[in-house]
Ligand binder design. Structure first.
Ligand SMILES: [Zn+2]
Length: 249
């Protein structure tokens, strides 16, 4: 498999989703990675419950943060450009968000699980067409399990997500993943390799077949400081960059 740091970034997005889950929101979250520096520039979580706004999707929160960063930048030639950004989101963007991504010019979207009802990157519509690249299925099982925990909590009115004792229940079944809806055969081979292609693509199987490879920490850990961590990473990275520019000038 040719993917490496993609897993790391998706782990961060899933930690944010877990944070959302622990705070009564739908566990859907995203981060925006600036490719030239391989660093997070913005992040978002669903806020539809608290804000009671149907448009408070994770992606919009992150886009707003990037626009703020661009506005603050006194050196427009060094401003963060949308075309240099990859969006990592735990669940396939909905049609509205997939369109927003296209309009602002983001070039790559990486997501965990599909969004059967509203997905704009292959499940319902394929908004991306020739405008940006889509890579599905990264830590998909973790993303699915995160959503399942949310629905179980809602039904049981449980304040805490279920933990280890329920692992077996969680593993009942994973829906097949219709790879061809999201990614071409060529791109799949190129990204995940020939072996994965032969074993997974047409049999609609997940990238991770062994249960023990599921990253349970992401589902069971607490990440209450994730917002502070990301905020300080972003501030440090981009304030530092600006200081360098000021010195040179
Ligand atoms: Zn959306």
């Amino acid at each position: 498999m040719k993917i490496g740091y993609e897993l790391k970034h998706m782990e961060t997005a899933l930690k944010l989703a877990k944070y959302a889950l622990d705070h009564g929101e739908t566990p859907v979250a995203c981060i925006f990675v600036h490719e030239p520096t391989n660093s997070v520039v913005a992040f978002g979580m669903n806020d539809t419950n608290k804000s009671r706004s149907g448009t408070s999707h994770a992606e919009f929160m992150g886009i707003a943060q990037i626009l703020e960063l661009q506005k603050k930048d006194e050196f427009p030639e060094h401003a963060i450009r949308f075309e240099d950004i990859t969006l990592y989101v735990t669940v396939e963007p909905c049609i509205m968000c997939a369109s927003a991504v296209q309009q602002i010019g983001i070039k790559k979207v990486i997501f965990g699980c599909g969004n059967d009802r509203f997905g704009g990157n292959g499940s319902v519509l394929s908004i991306q067409q020739d405008s940006y690249v889509v890579l599905p299925g990264i830590l998909r099982k973790e993303a699915v399990l995160m959503l399942r925990n949310f629905y179980v909590m809602e039904n049981d009115h449980a304040p805490e997500p279920r933990t280890k004792t329920n692992r077996k229940l969680d593993l009942q079944e994973f829906p097949p993943i219709p790879w061809k809806n999201y990614i071409s055969e060529i791109d799949f081979k190129d990204t995940f390799g020939e072996t994965a292609y032969r074993e997974k693509y047409n049999s609609l199987e997940d990238l991770i077949s062994d249960e023990k490879d599921i990253k349970w920490d992401l589902l069971e850990g607490r990440y209450d400081d994730i917002l502070e961590i990301l905020d300080s990473q972003i501030t440090q990275k981009f304030t530092y960059k600006k200081q360098c520019i000021v010195k040179k000038a």
